[in-house]
Design a protein around this ligand. Structure first.
Ligand code: SF4
Ligand code: SF4
Length: 394
């Protein structure tokens, strides 16, 4: 199989925050010797640098290794040319996210701040407009406090019963979940096509799909890849973030009527404890990541792309406004609860519709599947010799 060389490829990568340090690489092989991911078939990360230097755009699209990198930074520390291979892998993940996304929006969001901000502001304005016109605060909202002193949040809408309000929010959650799931699944299928199906040099036996599947589940649930990193905070942060997210997803999409009730449960109720755990998990991740990026102390947080900060800010605002809604509710303040709830949704909705399928968050979905696809390729039997540039770049 032959590959076309694209001389403009380096310029294109630059738009995704890929610096030019990689051009300093003279292939000494230190990074490959240092990287814990190096295996017989994975000469990592030097092989990727070589492909970029040669302008092999098409081949990079099928390159799975950047997703296996957990950014320990060892390669960057040992590079005698300061080619920064670790950061290159990070930037390649941004580029590859845009390659998998068939809508083209991911590319727009990664390469243009106005596109990303524009979409976020559009969805935020839509939420505010919805509450101003169709779901306004009822005039006697101050009466909507139950016997235990908590705000009856589902009764704050003028002319709407509590059960109807919960149904409206629940339907909105399901519609968003289906849109996001549809986008992510179709992009993951695109990724599968590029990484596995388009590789005609190997044939993957059917049983490998089943055997490798448990690794996908295991890696998603445990974020085990990050546990290889010397800095255990990084792994703990990802694990807490993933479990916090999963709980929040269950709460706001699957179990909303059970969670968003008129009664405020006591603090030791299992629903509140789950909510506190999820909030703690997300906050912990946000705090260690934000501090790391400000201090630039760890090598993996030294360079921040604008989308890294936008992700932290959006998730931080969603979490803080969610905490405020809870505090105002249990303090018996209906108007404050209502307005903060609207602000909370005005941040949450764009975060889900923009960040999850198209931007930084999508890494959480792509990485476990990349590990799965890489296992499939490892289990594949050679079909024909790869007569492209493989020998030259291994
Ligand atoms: S990136 Fe640095 S360590 Fe790796 S092969 Fe190139 S020069 Fe050597
Ligand atoms: S940063 Fe990634 S490529 Fe570099 S040594 Fe660590 S795992 Fe390997």
């Amino acid at each position: 199989m032959s590959y076309r060389i694209d001389p403009e490829f380096r310029k294109e990568l630059g738009k995704f925050g890929v610096g030019s340090e990689w051009s300093e690489c003279y292939h000494c092989g230190n990074c490959t010797a240092t990287c814990p991911l190096t295996e017989e078939k994975i000469l990592f990360p030097r092989k990727g640098i070589r492909m970029i230097q040669m302008g092999l755009k098409e081949k990079i699209s099928a390159y799975v290794e950047p997703w296996l990198c957990y950014y320990c930074g060892d390669c960057t520390k040992t590079c005698p040319r300061d080619a920064n291979p670790g950061e290159l892998m990070m930037a390649l993940r941004r580029y590859l996210t845009s390659v998998y996304d068939w809508t083209g929006l991911s590319r727009k969001f990664y390469t243009s701040k106005s596109w990303e901000f524009g979409f976020i502001l559009f969805f935020a304005a839509l939420v505010v407009a919805l509450f101003s016109v169709f779901l306004p605060l009822r005039p006697d909202a101050e009466q909507m406090v139950n016997a235990s002193g908590g705000v009856m949040i589902n009764s704050l809408i003028a002319g709407m019963s509590p059960s109807t309000f919960v149904s409206v929010i629940e339907w909105g959650d399901w519609i968003m979940a289906m849109i996001v799931a549809g986008l992510l699944i179709s992009n993951i299928l695109n990724m599968f096509h590029k990484i596995v199906l388009s590789d005609h040099s190997v044939r993957v036996p059917l049983r490998a799909y089943f055997i490798g599947f448990w690794k996908l589940t295991f890696n998603f649930l445990t974020q085990a890849r990050f546990s290889k990193c010397d800095n255990r905070n990084y792994w703990a942060g990802h694990l807490l973030l993933m479990t916090g997210y999963s709980i929040m997803f269950a709460v706001i999409v699957v179990l909303l009527p059970e969670f968003q009730t008129e009664e405020v449960n006591p603090w030791y109720h299992w629903q509140r404890l789950l909510g506190y755990y999820a909030t703690f998990g997300i906050l912990y991740f946000l705090i260690i990541t934000a501090i790391g990026r400000i201090r630039r102390s760890d090598i993996n947080l030294r360079f921040s792309h604008s989308t890294d900060w936008l992700f932290i800010i959006m998730l931080g605002l969603t979490t803080i406004t969610g905490i405020l809604v809870h505090i105002f509710r249990i303090s018996g303040l209906p108007a404050a609860t209502y307005y903060t709830y609207v602000i909370h949704l005005a941040v949450l909705v764009p975060m889900i519709l923009v960040e999850v399928p198209f931007s930084k968050w999508s890494h959480l979905a792509y990485r476990p599947f990349a590990i799965y696809f890489s296992e499939l390729k490892k289990a594949g039997k050679p079909r024909t010799a790869d007569i492209g540039l493989a020998p030259a770049i291994s």
